[in-house]
Design a protein around this ligand. Structure first.
Ligand SMILES: Nc1nc2c(ncn2[C@@H]2O[C@H](COP(=O)(O)OP(=O)(O)OP(=O)(O)O)[C@@H](O)[C@H]2O)c(=O)[nH]1
Ligand SMILES: [Mg+2]
Length: 454
């Protein structure tokens, strides 16, 4: 296992900042049937294919976000354009990424998905729809349309992935208390065990089966005083027990350093509470470990006396003594814990998911320039094939229908002003449109070569 400078294992990574770009839809085709002896063959331009989407799938086969964090540029395939003879373009292939159970996907601080179940799927970025070929624009009045749509751009944004390990039971305690030993005894997990502090550098999870019941247990690195503030390895991993239902607090009868076991228990519990109030309220079973050591029994009695309302167990992770009784209690307690009391990942800011806003808004830019923003209108621009005069007419018509002309006029737009939408700029004119009736607004157009940052 490789180690980073901080001494932390670099194989366990629980956050990833990624850039997602789903595949663009294919452009529709504008084409006409041309065959011998068939005059006026009619439009036969096929539709573009659908762009590939990006999916995240939760699986217990993966335990870290490492792969994703190291390859943060995630794209799905673009679709192929439509062709003549009604040939539709091929769809782009989807991209599927596997993430550990307990992965939360966020955009601008808002939770999009919380993947908790085995096989749970989330489409994080949707591939663009294919542009329609000119066959779709045939009407009674226009039997030979030279209009085809461009493909819809695939969804594109930056996302944050955060993993908080999902386990029913969390094992906590000072370093060297025997947490990893216990996990190795009750499950098939094989965490590293050694007689020095901070053996465990990242959380381990094991499935425990006991008397026909099963649950997941997580062993997190040892906590020390100040862990909630970042001392030791503590705070990085405390979040991983936030979502557990129950804690088992292992106590070393020898205490920790100069600290007596009784004090040690209080220190750990304070760390938990200081990190998050919910951790302080979680049901926690105390278990004095290493019962084979001579002082263990006395420590057990003492703790039982000091913490009257608590259940205190005496076990030996090494010999297995008392472990079955502890597991009995755990499987009895687990179903009694209410889901409602558990921690739920929170969104940083409440609000509607971005990208869902219909309509548009006009923002004055530099003198004489207006920027029009809105998901729908921007999509319309992206899907317009500006090489086709007929597409132009269609765009003008839509602008009029959705009220953009009126809104621009109300916003103070004057003859010759610029109107910018997405990466295109139009010159706005109240004069006669090339094809329209007098008094309708016209747009002359020029393309911006580069995209705008926002
Ligand atoms: N005598 C005795 N030793 C034990 C028992 N359980 C664990 N140990 C020993 O205690 C030491 C620490 O055990 P670990 O399981 O690595 O402890 P940990 O709590 O995971 O420690 P960190 O990962 O450093 O936080 C090892 O040398 C174990 O062999 C026990 O029941 N009796
Ligand atoms: Mg350990």
């Amino acid at each position: 296992m490789t180690q980073t400078k901080s001494g932390r294992s670099s194989t366990f990574i629980d956050t990833a900042h990624v850039y997602l770009k789903a595949g663009n839809g294919g452009n529709g085709a504008s084409s006409f049937r041309r065959e011998k002896y068939i005059p006026y063959g009619g439009p036969d331009g096929g539709h573009g294919g659908v762009g590939g989407s990006i999916w995240f799938v939760a699986t217990s086969n993966v335990t870290t976000l490492r792969e994703i964090a190291f390859h943060p540029h995630i794209t799905a395939e673009d679709a192929a354009p439509g062709g003549g003879n009604r040939r539709d373009g091929a769809n782009g292939e989807d991209k599927t990424l596997y993430v550990p159970l307990g992965t939360v996907i966020k955009k601008d601080g808002v939770i999009l998905a919380d993947l908790k179940e085995e096989g749970q799927r989330f489409r994080a970025a949707k591939g663009g729809r294919g542009g329609r070929g000119n066959t779709a624009f045939k009407t009674r009045f226009n039997t030979a349309p030279k209009i085809s749509e461009n493909g819809e751009p695939g969804e594109e944004y930056e996302a944050w992935l955060e993993l908080s390990v999902l386990a029913d039971v969390g094992l906590v305690g000072f370093p060297n208390a025997g947490k990893s030993t216990l996990l190795s005894v009750i499950s098939a997990a094989r965490p590293k065990i050694a007689g020095y502090p901070f053996t465990t550098l990242n959380p381990n999870i094991g499935m425990v089966s006991h008397k026909g019941k099963s649950f997941a247990a997580a062993d997190i690195p040892g906590l020390i005083e100040g862990a909630h503030d970042g001392k030791g390895l503590g705070d990085v991993f405390l979040k991983h027990i936030l979502r557990t239902k129950l804690l088992v607090h292992l106590v070393d009868p020898a205490g920790f350093g100069d600290m007596k076991p009784e004090k040690a228990v209080k220190v750990i519990e304070k760390e938990l509470k200081d990190y998050h109030p919910l951790l302080g309220k979680k049901t926690a079973l105390l278990a004095v470990n290493k019962s084979d050591l001579p002082e263990a029994e006395k420590v057990h009695e003492l703790l039982q006396k000091k913490f009257k309302k608590r259940e205190v167990f005496l076990i030996s992770a090494a010999t297995g003594k008392g472990v079955s009784k502890l597991l009995d209690r755990i499987i009895k307690l687990l179903p009694e814990i209410k889901q409602a009391d558990l921690y739920k990942p929170e969104s940083a800011a409440a609000g509607p998911l971005a990208g869902k806003t219909g309509g548009f808004r006009i923002e004055p830019d530099v003198e004489g320039t207006y920027v029009v923003k809105g998901a729908r209108i921007e999509k319309l621009i992206a899907m317009t094939n500006f090489a086709q005069p007929d597409s132009w007419d269609r765009l003008r018509r839509i602008f009029r229908t959705i009220g953009l002309d009126k809104a621009l006029k109300k916003a103070g737009a004057e003859e010759g002003n610029m109107v910018r939408i997405l990466n295109r700029e139009f010159q706005w004119s109240d004069a006669q449109a090339p094809t329209g009736k007098p008094g309708k607004f016209a747009y002359k157009y020029r393309k911006y070569n580069q995209d705008y940052g926002d």
